[in-house]
Design a protein around this ligand. Structure first.
Ligand code: MG
Ligand code: MG
Length: 629
């Protein structure tokens, strides 16, 4: 299928837009008249510029308030159409979008509108052009694609067809199955936009809150399945009106759009056997089995301090890399790598933001397929020179310069630990019962959250949980969790709107969307707490008030509350079970570790405890007694 994006979806001037669109990989554009008018150059030059970028103008829009007008308004509408046709010919555009009229003088009646379109079709045909009619959810008479189709059908002109827009069908909850009845040769163009499920005026929602397919709640896949069932294999175009996108980076938005669109096309191919839209060329979404390793870029004294913190958490040094300055730390199924190399990627991460997570390794169903899918969706492959004896482990750049490595059992890549690391005997450490990584928490600017969730959910088989608010005393942080079906992999995306929040302050000092905390799971939080105490681990101190409040919110025995208080354990429960948390003190500008125990299928992340946790962390940061890592 040909891929396209409307120029209105992206910020910047026309040159910036075209560069971003071409670089992202799209085949064409819907050009908005506004972008032609505001460009400093003749329409013919705009057309050349588009083609010089390797792009095709697939649609010119918009043409409004055309059909159903009485004379003399009708004659004037045709005059306007002729002028648009002139412009289209100069541009080299062949198809014009006519959206359903909102003109106060427009008269209803399918035959009247059909007659207008028949004449418009004649005039377009005389110039070798076509027109497409689009129902808009707030149209005066035509607010439903079924009614627009009836007008196109009655117009009965080869140069007049229908334009479908997922927002105008799914936004007002029109059944997408009704698309299946339309002959494919009468569908001239298909526009896709998603949107969040929020109660608000449809027009306002459409003009400000459209999003990329997969970023919202609309049934885009069902809509597209209906479209391809007709045999349609023409352009599929993103028409996204979103204030946040219009303020964002043109390149990021174009890349997100390309990723979203390729993923929808792939999903449609997979779910519609026999669809005439080409073979499946991309490996399916990958199942993340678990976090294989988390790597920190660190150096010298900071590395020693981080190692001491890990020891106090019950980790033991388990291996040393055969050629590089890397050490492997283990406990349960958890692997942490401390990378002190100066010349490689970790070295540059360390230079930019000091000790921090520089790489995440995931155990997946197929490492090669995961990397291939990521690249098909627009991610760049990542590699650095291999030293002798190193395995070539597939890796890609995530967003904002981050790196993800993929290992699997089938190709032997998960043997990397025995192949590349020499075992180290470290019997002095008593493990604390930390069994596996429960979740990784990444912090980013609020306006980057959609990009990140799109990146992860298009690559991996993950479900999104609803966005929750995390209350920081200095502002709000939004948090969204993504989790694998078996919950063996969980990642939380935390969007900070102000630098005064703990997350925002951490972000200011960092680069990209760094990992701010890692949570380890234990099966017995109190046993772990006792062992951590012995090994000298200092938990984040939680004030008395918290426990008074806890006793009033939940039915907990006095013994339980006392035990939690003694060990600085935080508590939460949901309909399914309960949750215990212990935090480390912050290090490295606001990073921290968390230890959690989930009982009975508790699905959350302890968001109600966040204000207490954040206040306690800020107290420590203010006193400048954070760990010097
Ligand atoms: Mg539209
Ligand atoms: Mg957490």
């Amino acid at each position: 299928m040909k891929t396209s994006i409307a120029t209105v979806s992206i910020s910047g001037d026309l040159t910036e837009k075209l560069e971003a669109i071409a670089e992202a990989g799209f085949g064409g554009i819907e050009i908005f008249e506004q972008d032609v008018v505001t460009h400093d150059g003749a329409p013919a030059e705009v057309g050349r510029m588009v083609r010089d970028h390797g792009l095709e103008i697939m649609l010119f829009q918009p043409f409004r308030d055309f059909e159903g007008l009485p004379e003399p308004l009708r004659g004037k509408a045709f005059d306007r159409a002729e002028r648009k046709f002139d412009l289209m010919q100069e541009l080299g555009a062949e198809l014009m979008l006519v959206c359903a009229s909102q003109h106060p003088g427009a008269l209803g009646g399918a035959d009247r509108a059909a007659a207008d379109f028949r004449e418009l079709g004649e005039r377009a045909a005389a110039r070798g052009l076509r027109v497409g009619y689009e129902a808009v959810a707030w149209g005066r008479y035509i607010a439903d694609h079924r009614d627009a189709w009836e007008i196109v059908r009655r117009a009965d002109h080869p140069n007049v067809g229908l334009i479908l827009d997922s927002f105008h069908t799914l936004g007002p909850k029109i059944e997408p199955e009704s698309v299946r009845r339309i002959p494919s040769d009468k569908i001239f163009f298909v526009q896709l936009a998603d949107a969040p499920e929020i109660e608000m005026d449809l027009q306002y929602r459409s003009r400000h809150f459209r999003s990329m397919p997969g970023e919202g709640d609309l049934a885009i896949l069902r809509f597209m399945q209906a479209v391809v069932s007709t045999g349609y294999d023409g352009p599929v175009s993103l028409e996204i009106f979103n204030d946040q996108f219009r303020g964002g980076s043109p390149k990021t938005i174009a890349k997100d759009g390309y990723r979203a669109l390729q993923c929808v096309i792939d999903d449609v191919r997979r779910s519609t056997p026999g669809a005439q839209i080409g073979p499946i060329a991309t490996p399916a979404r990958t199942k993340v089995e678990r976090v294989e390793f988390i790597e920190f870029a660190t150096r010298g004294a900071e590395a020693a301090a981080l190692a001491a913190l890990l020891r106090s958490l019950g980790f033991r040094k388990a291996g040393r890399h055969i050629t590089k300055n890397l050490t492997l730390w283990r406990q349960g199924d958890i692997r942490l790598v401390l990378n002190e190399e100066e010349g490689d990627f970790a070295g540059s991460v360390y230079t930019m933001r000091g000790t921090s997570v520089c790489d995440i390794g995931l155990q997946v169903s197929s490492a090669a397929d995961t990397a291939a899918r990521a690249q098909a969706l627009g991610a760049a492959a990542f590699s650095q020179p291999l030293s002798p004896g190193q395995l070539d482990i597939p890796a890609v750049r995530g967003l904002a310069g981050s790196v993800l490595h993929f290992v699997d059992e089938a190709s032997g890549l998960s043997d990397v630990w025995s192949v590349e690391f020499t075992p180290v005997e470290d019997a002095t450490v008593a493990e604390a019962g930390l069994a596996r990584v429960d979740h990784i928490a990444q912090t980013m600017r609020y306006d980057e959250m959609l990009s990140w969730s799109l990146f992860y959910t298009t690559l991996f088989d993950l479900t999104k949980s609803p966005m929750v608010d995390v209350t920081d005393p200095n502002g709000l942080v939004r948090s969204q969790a993504l989790q694998a079906p078996g919950r063996d992999f969980r990642i939380t995306l935390n969007g900070a709107e102000t630098h005064r929040t703990l997350a925002g302050a951490f972000l200011m000092e960092s680069f990209g969307a760094p990992v701010q905390h890692i949570a380890f799971a234990t099966d017995d939080i109190f046993a772990s707490a006792a062992r951590l105490k012995q090994s000298g681990f200092e938990p984040l101190p939680i004030p008395q008030n918290y426990y008074d409040d806890l006793a009033s919110r939940f039915e907990l025995s006095d013994e339980m509350v006392s035990a939690m208080k003694a060990a600085h354990v935080l508590y939460d429960q949901d309909a399914r079970g309960d949750f215990f948390q212990i935090y480390s003190r912050p290090f490295g500008g606001g990073q921290f570790f968390e230890i959690v125990q989930r009982r009975g299928g508790y699905a959350g992340y302890g968001a109600p405890n966040a204000p207490f946790r954040i206040a306690a962390q800020k107290r420590i940061l203010r006193q400048s007694v954070e760990l010097k890592i």
